[in-house]
Design a protein around this ligand. Structure first.
Ligand SMILES: Cc1cc2nc3c(=O)[nH]c(=O)nc-3n(C[C@H](O)[C@H](O)[C@H](O)COP(=O)(O)OP(=O)(O)OC[C@H]3O[C@@H](n4cnc5c(N)ncnc54)[C@H](O)[C@@H]3O)c2cc1C
Length: 353
């Protein structure tokens, strides 16, 4: 399906340079509020700008990581020695019949509201998940009531320099995972059936009330830390292992929901990691079950640990740690002709002309 979004503003090399900032603290950009700074950071405002930013960073040999709303991410205290590209300004959303075409940075709350406004019911299962469409498409975000995956008809993504369109089995949706791997999600086409919007709204209110009752929504967190092992609830296993309320510095295993680690103020990534290890060890000892992380991590130098990060080589040695303000040149900005322009897949919706 090719509904297409409105034409994007043209990205010029000088515009790209203006977009890029140095030494940007990532903690405020995550819901857990911990972690250090990224050496390079950009918030592109169009898919074309995102593609060009990523290409430029890669061409300069920088490790690259993609950030949505940062609601499932633990950033190292040392930050990230590479470039973070945040999708939050990629927020165009077009309803079309039973379809919603959304850029990666559209918030799930806005997506649900748009669906309801157009008579579509089903997205309310995502109510209260504080992520973006891109993050949710990668993670197959969801709850016991349903997940994003079954509603995704098509994903337009960057695979290196190439714009690709994936659909059906190629998306590989399963519990909190997809086959998107290191591809960067640009745009998602969702198909949501028409339905009883009043009933959908009532379900949404119930889901939100349930969250407030069972989750520590008033404190910074990154949602569930571990996935549920087959046949088990991670929260229950952690609770039975005596970890509820366990504290290390400013980080704590939530007394309300054992699968949440909350930041009670001034928590560090090291403290969160300590709790993760301790919880894992206690659950393994008591139950003989290894807990897998649902949380994604962004480590200072190992971009591969953030699912959507790519390591294209070592960062350049020259001056990439200096603090010189928000209008720094892009790495290698003098070499404008070195900007590679990818060939978009013909007919793909909403990407560069
Ligand atoms: C209070 C709270 C409650 C939560 N409840 C739930 C819940 O019920 N169910 C649930 O599934 N999750 C839940 N979460 C976790 C989180 O909201 C989801 O995983 C969400 O989908 C993450 O989206 P994001 O945009 O914040 O992604 P981020 O945290 O920014 O990134 C997560 C991962 O996705 C990658 N990524 C982000 N955008 C893109 C993109 N455009 N292309 C490629 N990769 C990308 C990142 O590199 C990273 O690896 C909760 C979190 C909080 C704080």
């Amino acid at each position: 399906m090719t509904t297409g979004l409105p034409a994007a503003p043209t990205a010029t090399p000088s515009r790209l340079e203006a977009l890029v900032r140095r030494d940007v603290s990532l903690a405020p950009l995550t819901t857990l509020k911990v972690g250090g700074a990224a050496d390079w950071y950009a918030e592109p405002e169009s898919l074309e700008e995102m593609r060009l930013c990523l290409g430029r960073f890669r061409d300069r040999g920088l490790a690259v990581a993609v950030l949505g709303a940062g609601s499932n991410l633990l950033v190292d205290d040392a930050g990230f020695r590479g470039a973070v590209v945040c999708t939050r300004r990629l927020d165009r959303l077009v309803p079309s019949g039973e379809h919603l075409v959304a850029e990666a940075g559209v918030g799930l709350g806005r997506l649900i509201a748009a669906g309801l406004a157009h008579g579509l019911a089903g997205l309310e299962v995502l109510a209260g998940i504080p992520g973006t469409v891109g993050g949710a498409a990668v993670m197959n975000a969801g709850t016991r009531s349903g997940a994003m995956g079954p509603m995704v008809e098509e994903v337009v993504a960057l695979e290196g320099d190439r714009v690709v369109t994936l659909c059906g089995d190629a998306l590989g949706y399963a519990y909190r995972t997809s086959a998107l791997g290191t591809r960067v999600v640009m745009e998602v086409v969702l198909r949501v059936p028409r339905g009883d919007v009043g009933a959908a709204r009532r379900r949404m209110v119930t889901y939100l009330q349930e969250r407030v009752r069972t989750q520590p929504v008033e404190l910074p967190s990154a949602g569930c830390v571990f996935t549920n092992p087959p046949g088990h609830s991670a929260g229950r296993l952690i609770d039975e292992a005596g970890c509820k309320g366990l504290r290390r510095g400013g980080a704590q295993v939530s007394p309300r929901h054992a699968n949440f680690i909350v930041n009670r103020g001034g928590a560090t990534a090291a403290e969160v990691r300590w709790l993760i290890q301790e919880v894992r060890a206690r659950v393994a000892t008591l139950h003989g079950i290894r807990l897998d992380l649902e949380l994604r991590t962004l480590a200072a130098t190992s971009a591969g640990r953030c699912a959507s990060a790519e390591r294209a080589g070592d960062p350049p040695a020259e001056g990439h740690r200096s603090r010189s303000g928000p209008r720094d040149s892009l790495p290698g900005a003098g070499e404008r002709h070195g900007l590679r322009v990818a060939s978009p897949t013909p007919g793909g919706p909403g990407h560069a002309p």
